[in-house]
Design a binder for this molecule. Structure first.
Ligand code: HPA
Ligand code: ZN
Length: 324
């Protein structure tokens, strides 16, 4: 096994970590105090992120929404973005991150969200050397017209930091095909595209590639149950952003016992995978832990890990000239 301190120092690229899923519990408690609110279910900072509850995605997302709702001004946005980029980024060797942000639950307008994130990203770059961009996640449990309205806002407030759009929340309540128009619209505006597909059938991968025009897939573990789609993804060089610790809890990446059979099968088939933490404090993880867990489960060597890291660099949405 690769020593933990080597994994920690390993230069990383982060393509699948949510802003609202990477807020310290203590920060959530501070925001609640600041805005005169209490935490839900009578919780405190100490037990806000009781991960036992997250075997149910709905329970997880309810907490995620509460975090979003407590972000109410540009200073709050700056604080959570800066803390996320440093604590779950630069402190774990992350050199570059594409930050997923879900604007729908946040308590500030999209333009304010962008202002706070952009300022914090510049500060984290100056202070901690981490470079970052933004991927705006459309909410699949809301309507297709709400998704299109958000794409309109992204286009209207276009800044260089926003490189693409994604699709998050519970797949069971929003299959990808519903959002084809919004994704096509985003593509026409020059935005890159990705979509979560953690629990759905392999057929959703085809919809995501063909109808949504995505170049990456978030999770996508079920690909391994369809050899034809595996072959297609090999041919097209599709990258799957894997999140071992968070996905083991819901038994998506394998049988839920830390063996990650599906990620192992993806890696063995030669598919491009990247390693990330999804919602680190909420799932009790961080980028080092996710890399260590998968290295141990798959018996990776540093050569294997280097391959995965290079695939992550290739899958970023940076211009060629920025990929130093
Ligand atoms: N699943 C679906 N949507 C999400 C998640 C997740 O784990 N985290 C943030 N949005
Ligand atoms: Zn995710």
């Amino acid at each position: 096994t690769i020593p933990y301190d080597v994994v920690r120092a390993w230069p990383k690229v982060s393509l699948h970590c949510h802003l609202l899923g990477s807020v310290h519990a203590a920060t959530v408690a501070d925001l609640a105090r600041k805005h005169g609110e209490t935490l839900p279910y009578g919780r405190s900072a100490a037990d806000l992120y009781e991960i036992e509850a997250y075997e149910d995605l709905g329970a997880f997302l309810a907490t995620y929404d509460v975090v979003g709702s407590l972000v109410r001004d540009v200073e709050d946005v700056h604080r959570i973005t800066y803390e996320s980029l440093t604590t779950y980024g630069s402190e774990h060797g992350v050199l570059y991150r594409e930050i997923f942000v879900s604007p729908h639950p946040v308590g500030v307008p999209y333009a304010v969200l962008l202002d706070g994130m952009r300022a914090a990203m510049a500060d984290a770059r100056a202070d901690a050397g981490i470079d970052s961009r933004i991927v705006v996640a459309l909410h699949r449990e809301r309507s297709a017209s709400e998704a299109e309205a958000l794409v309109d806002a992204v286009v209207e407030h276009r800044i260089d930091e926003v490189v693409g759009v994604g699709l998050d929340y519970a797949e069971v309540n929003g299959p990808p095909g519903l959002f084809a128009d919004a994704f096509v619209h985003a593509g026409r505006a020059g935005l890159e595209r990705t979509a979560h597909s953690e629990s759905g059938p392999p057929r959703h991968i085809e919809v995501i590639l063909d109808d949504l025009g995505c170049s990456r897939i978030d999770h996508g573990y079920h690909v391994v149950t369809d050899p034809r789609i595996v072959q297609r993804c090999l041919d097209e060089g599709v990258t799957f952003t894997c999140t071992p610790v968070s996905s083991d809890i819901g038994r998506y990446s394998g049988s839920g016992d830390g063996r990650h059979e599906r990620i192992a099968a993806m890696h063995a088939a030669g598919l491009r995978i990247t390693i990330d933490s999804d919602d680190p404090p909420m799932f009790g993880t961080d980028p080092t832990r996710d890399h260590a867990v998968i290295s141990t489960a798959l018996g990776l060597t540093t050569t294997d890990l280097a391959r995965i890291s290079l695939d992550a660099v290739a899958a970023t949405w940076l211009d060629e000239t920025d990929r130093t």
